[in-house]
Design a protein around this ligand. Structure first.
Ligand code: DI6
Ligand code: FE
Length: 406
């Protein structure tokens, strides 16, 4: 007889387990949890004989996989709302960056901030994401840009996982922009990352992946290729901010290095899409940045679909281009701005977001053997999650089978 810790009954389940079947709905479902994992799920009528320590009725609510935010920069000092006012008055993001504002303004504020202060402000954002149903999130460094401050950011990111009870994946984004000390010497800075940061980060296991910003205001393809070779040699997977403001061949570069994901992609060419499809690179779309930068060129959604590329959605939570701290709102924007279907949006923040983090074997769908990371919702149908904005229908979040106090 099956030996379970918890049996959930009387609910509708959106398993998201099959890309061909939209939400993968099970009506009148039941789901069993043992040792923090899903032990069984299906229609209640098919439930095997069992010995469950606890059974709970969910009163006909819906459950989905807990949500995953696979691209955030949520640790930072300072505030750039004033830059947004400048942008509204007609100054471009690139012009602000050239004047020493933009990412560098946040770098200065982040370097100056105490560790505790950064932890506390970021923890508020992590808790906000958890309150909207997120159990796993990725956090990037990239506002330190020297050995000490990049390591400081990664250590804070790890600490946020412990403090919040969520699963945090960390990414080294030292190649976010050229630090002030290296102005005009981007190649030297890339060497510093390869020779001094990467070995320490790999040895101390501070990062799960390495990211870079491929853009005219940051690094070019040869510089990133050098970084990605070093990362790959150190045993770390890569991912890339690609083709956000211009087509810099980012998608091709990411695919060439077998990247987990290529992110943004507004200006990606047909050849870039084909390269991603061949390499199995996940597309991560970031509608918060698209909206905030008043971008008009959409990512090549039809080509991504036609090439069978998995599409994830994320907040890109950052102080400069995406002041967005809600995954349901990222879904709402993904459908409004990019024309993604509600089922694509929900898959984008569950199954495909897990894939973007290389965690698809372990989470992102509701299937036996996967982590019991489960969001319980007060909704009539999963499409409601994409339709409403600024409304939070989360009833409860289970992380590894246990309720998280959100
Ligand atoms: N992600 C990034 O890293 C940059 N844009 C984006 O969408 C810039 C972040 C920033 O301006 O601080
Ligand atoms: Fe980003």
């Amino acid at each position: 007889m099956a030996d379970w810790d918890l049996l959930l009954t009387n609910m509708r389940i959106a398993t998201l387990r099959d890309a061909a079947a939209d939400y993968g709905v099970i009506e009148d479902g039941a789901l069993a949890i043992a040792d923090g994992k899903i032990a069984w799920l299906g229609p209640l009528s098919e439930c095997p004989a069992h010995d469950a320590r606890e059974t709970r009725s969910l009163d006909n609510r819906w459950i989905t996989p807990a949500l995953i935010d696979c691209h955030t920069h949520l640790i930072f000092g300072g505030n750039r709302a004033a830059e947004y006012e400048q942008r509204l008055a007609g100054v471009s993001y690139e012009q602000i960056a050239a004047q020493g504002g933009g990412i560098l303004a946040t770098v200065n504020a982040t370097r100056a901030a105490a560790k505790d202060e950064l932890h506390e402000s970021a923890l508020r954002r992590v808790r906000q994401l958890a309150a909207s149903g997120v159990a796993t999130l990725e956090i990037k460094s990239g506002y330190g840009l020297d050995v000490r401050n990049e390591l400081k950011m990664l250590a804070i990111a790890k600490g946020l996982g412990e403090a919040s009870g969520l699963c945090v994946q960390t990414t080294l984004l030292a190649a976010h922009t050229i630090p002030p000390e290296f102005r005009g010497k981007a190649d030297d800075y890339i060497s510093l990352i390869c020779e001094e940061m990467l070995p320490v980060v790999a040895e101390r296991k501070l990062a799960d992946a390495v990211d870079a910003y491929c853009e005219s205001i940051a690094f070019d393809a040869p510089q990133i290729a050098k970084l990605f070779r070093a990362a790959t040699n150190a045993g770390l997977r890569v991912k890339l901010h690609a083709d956000q403001l211009s087509d810099g061949g980012g998608a091709e570069l990411a695919a060439h290095f077998d990247a987990l994901s290529a992110d943004h992609l507004e200006y990606t060419s047909a050849a870039g899409v084909r390269a991603m499809a061949k390499a199995g690179t996940t597309a991560v779309l970031l509608p918060g940045a698209f909206l905030t930068l008043a971008e008009t060129q959409k990512p090549p959604i039809d080509a991504l679909r036609a090439n069978g590329i998995p599409i994830a959605l994320a907040t890109d939570c950052n102080p400069g281009t995406s002041p967005l701290c809600s995954i349901p709102d990222a879904m709402a924007l993904g459908s409004r701005l990019f024309g993604l279907t509600p089922a694509e949006c929900l898959a984008g923040v569950t199954r495909e977001a897990a894939r973007a983090l290389g965690l698809e074997e372990d989470r992102g769908t509701l299937e036996p053997g996967k982590r019991a990371d489960i969001a319980i919702w007060d909704i009539d149908h999963p499409r409601d999650l994409i339709y409403w904005m600024g409304v939070n229908p989360l009833s409860e979040l289970l992380v590894g089978g246990r309720p998280l106090d959100t």
